[in-house]
Ligand binder design. Structure first.
Ligand SMILES: [Mg+2]
Length: 313
């Protein structure tokens, strides 16, 4: 059993009915690295999620640095593009182009001073240029599988437990990635957590009948349009139509908006993972998220909330 689950007697449901004192009774929320900007609001939302139970719940989660760790012992993981460029049959040219684009656009994605509208355009520009870099190349599914196994990121500690709990309670989980869907799918599959209640919304490679990459599947998913996709896509809309409550997980400011505009959603509890430029970014994260976890590479807090909502010890 993971160390962080070892709190005997913690999940007796006594505290689940005490209206405004939920935070104080959940030890995982009372650690130094856990920041809650508005405890009253947090308590109120959590109370509602507990009252409504699992049947009203859906989870919206970013993938990179949210489901996966932000770093492993101080070393960052490769993202999907960083992994795929290691396929032997792909050209060095692809690697150089993707690296160059990442160096240029990632700081803009994380920049707290660029207005959202401008960021939206920049992210679409990045998406287009990434897509162009892949066009005309050939890579086999087997090759992707091998590089993913060798270089794929590790999941946050406890992620498999959280996924298992969500599956057992039949809670739909939408995993959003502005990166490469093919890699997201392979990582989840290889870690044995790609369960039937999980849907991946991302940019998947589109191949022609000769196995040549033609581009990405449309529409583009980037960090600032994730919410639009849910609203417009009937398949996803149907599986969340009666889910009024959301737990949202993300690691960038843009992720915090994933649930915006989804009809029928009444209560959203947002968990934000903060690692890079912590001091500078903390105030913005506190505005965007209900709880901010500073350099926490586990799912400890998420699991503790799920246990309350599922009324599990
Ligand atoms: Mg991310």
């Amino acid at each position: 059993m993971s160390k962080f689950l070892g709190y005997p007697g913690l999940f007796s449901c006594k505290y689940c009915t005490n209206k405004m004192d939920l935070i104080g009774k959940i030890p995982q929320l009372n650690k130094k690295h856990v920041h809650i900007n508005n405890p009253d609001k947090f308590n109120k939302i959590l109370q509602q999620l507990i009252e409504d139970g699992p049947s009203k719940l859906q989870v919206l989660s970013d993938f990179g640095k949210t489901i996966t760790k932000q770093h492993h012992k101080g070393k960052p993981h490769l993202n999907g593009y960083g992994i795929i460029k290691n396929c032997p049959s792909l050209t060095d040219e692809l690697g150089k182009t993707l690296d160059g684009l990442y160096k240029k656009y990632y700081p803009m994605e994380m920049d707290l001073h660029i207005p959202l509208k401008e960021k939206y355009q920049l992210m679409e520009e990045w998406w287009d240029l990434n897509e162009n870099a892949f066009k005309g190349l050939i890579v086999s599914p087997k090759e992707l599988e091998v590089v993913c196994k060798q270089l794929g990121p590790t999941l946050r500690e406890g992620m498999n437990i959280a996924f298992d709990m969500l599956y057992k309670e039949e809670v739909p989980v939408l995993v959003f990635s502005a990166g490469l869907g093919d890699i997201v799918k392979l990582v989840l599959n290889q870690k044995e957590v790609l369960l039937p209640n999980i849907k991946i919304v991302s940019n998947f490679l589109k191949f022609n009948s000769e196995g040549v990459i033609e581009g990405f599947t449309a529409p583009p998913i980037h960090i600032y349009n994730k919410n639009e996709y849910i609203i417009e896509n009937a398949e996803f809309y149907n599986c969340i139509i009666d889910k009024t409550n959301v737990i949202l997980l993300g690691d960038s400011i843009g992720d915090a908006k994933m649930a915006e505009g989804i009809p029928h959603v009444k209560n959203v509890l947002k968990i934000g993972f903060l690692y890079e430029r912590k001091e500078e970014a903390l105030p913005n994260y506190l505005d965007a998220y209900d709880v901010v976890l500073e350099d926490d590479q586990t799912m400890e807090v998420f699991i503790s909330l799920l246990k309350c909502i599922f009324k599990k010890k």
